[in-house]
Design a protein around this ligand. Structure first.
Ligand SMILES: Cc1cc2nc3c(=O)[nH]c(=O)nc-3n(C[C@H](O)[C@H](O)[C@H](O)COP(=O)(O)OP(=O)(O)OC[C@H]3O[C@@H](n4cnc5c(N)ncnc54)[C@H](O)[C@@H]3O)c2cc1C
Length: 398
């Protein structure tokens, strides 16, 4: 029989942001429940490959990182949130290391840093090309090692404020909590289905939690700004919708049209690169996949074997398993629906405009404005997940 249970903090979602919030709230002394739609492992965060940004380079700084975010967002981001994102980045990385995440290092002992699209410095830390998997695994282990309660296969169905507390129904469980952290991710899987397009996203990325709190009166921003990943796999069929890591371009791959010409800065901001590909195809200079889909070439043969082995082993394995060796032949690519840039309005402690309701990760808006840089989403999950967890625990105990 379903049991009525009371907690200090209820976290919704088990991606990087939800886990970071749950671990932080529990470590702040709160009684925490985490409810998620499927298993703890089912989320977009685990699929993230490329890496996470933090300004560790000798010529780099949080201010320079912030300036790149601001420029890539076309000056639409919330500057206060950007400052937090880039200012907390190094401590977020050290926190992950304390939890057991082992970032890839270079021979000189420093972090192996790559330059991502829109960045003016090498700033992307990686764990091979399974960075999201490594981060969520360690966060999950930290969460499961504590005394918090997990409700799996328990989608949030109802949320209402009753006598200063939040009453929720997650799956069949009624739950009460002093504060709530929403970390239910974006909606690009559902949106791609609606548009009849491919998406890189996990099937749980459907956006109903955002809808639910908008109905309660929460404010949102930039929800219409959806991001296409410039490099969706276009061929062979089992790689369609796969997000070819942006680190392919960081390590030397370039985009080519049907005539073998470079037609854009392959390390430009994401929206600019995606638009350049669409325009090139529209102008008749693209190539067709064998099943008649639009594409251009990504010349991955320019990546050195050594870089590929250290930083792209998963991508190589996936393509080679599908019968194509990206170090010997160019691969076919086309933009694919990937990320929800906007979301719920939050302050620097990740509190939404509903008091006692926090939001972190892809469900929140403002940090990236209308165009996110790669590697800043995992960072946002950890930075704002930690802040949300701490603040939610504090408010619940007040
Ligand atoms: C293929 C891919 C590669 C990527 N690569 C990178 C990268 O290299 N670097 C980077 O920074 N970013 C990358 N991203 C983006 C980044 O991974 C995500 O934006 C980020 O991890 C989102 O984390 P999150 O915690 O907000 O949401 P998610 O990880 O999507 O987690 C959302 C959670 O909420 C749960 N949920 C959903 N609805 C409900 C509900 N109704 N009730 C209860 N629970 C619910 C889901 O089941 C899931 O557990 C990538 C994304 C994808 C898809």
């Amino acid at each position: 029989m379903a049991q009525d249970v009371r907690f200090d903090v209820l976290v919704i979602g088990s991606g990087a942001s939800g886990l970071a919030a749950a671990v932080s709230a529990a470590r702040s002394g709160a009684r925490v429940a985490l409810a998620t739609k499927g298993s703890l492992q089912a989320n977009n965060s685990s699929k993230a490959q490329g890496g996470i940004q933090a300004s560790f380079g000798a010529d780099d700084s949080p201010d320079r990182h912030a300036a790149d975010v601001w420029a890539s967002s076309h000056e639409t981001a919330d500057k206060a949130l950007v400052e937090v994102l880039t200012g907390d980045a190094r401590s977020a990385i050290h926190w992950l290391e304390e939890l057991g995440v082992e970032f890839t290092h270079d021979e000189d002992g420093g972090y192996r840093l790559a330059r991502c699209g829109g960045a003016t410095a090498k700033r992307l830390l990686q764990v091979g090309d399974r960075t999201g998997h490594a981060i969520t695994k360690q966060l999950r282990e930290a969460w499961e090692a504590g005394s918090g309660t997990s409700f799996t296969n328990a989608p949030l169905r109802e949320l209402q404020q009753v006598n200063g507390h939040w009453r929720a129904r997650v799956g069949d469980h009624p739950v009460e909590a002093g504060t709530v952290v929403l970390a239910a991710g974006g909606r690009c899987y559902a949106e791609a289905e609606r548009r009849g397009e491919l998406s890189t996203n996990h099937p749980n990325a459907t956006g109903e939690v955002t809808k639910l709190v908008l109905e309660l009166g929460a404010e949102s921003r930039d929800l219409d700004a959806l991001q296409y990943h410039p490099n969706g796999g276009a061929w062979p069929p089992n790689m369609q919708g796969y997000s070819i890591p942006e680190t392919t371009r960081a390590y030397g791959a370039v985009l080519l049209n049907a005539d073998g010409e470079e037609f854009t800065d392959s390390l430009g901001p994401r929206d600019a690169v995606s638009q350049a590909i669409v325009d090139e195809v529209h102008a008749g200079r693209g190539v067709d996949t064998p099943d008649g889909r639009p594409a251009v070439y990504l010349d991955t043969t320019r990546i050195s074997e050594a870089d590929a082995e250290i930083s792209l082993p998963y991508m190589l394995r996936r393509y080679r398993g599908a019968g194509i060796d990206p170090l010997r032949e160019k691969i076919l690519t086309y933009p694919v629906l990937h990320y929800q840039n906007g979301g719920l309005v939050i302050d620097t402690n990740a509190e939404t405009t509903l008091e006692g309701v926090y939001a972190c990760g892809e469900i929140a808006g403002g940090t990236h404005g209308r165009n996110r840089m790669m590697g800043n989403s995992l960072l946002e999950c950890v930075v704002f997940g930690r802040r949300a967890g701490r603040a939610a625990a504090e408010k619940a105990s007040a």
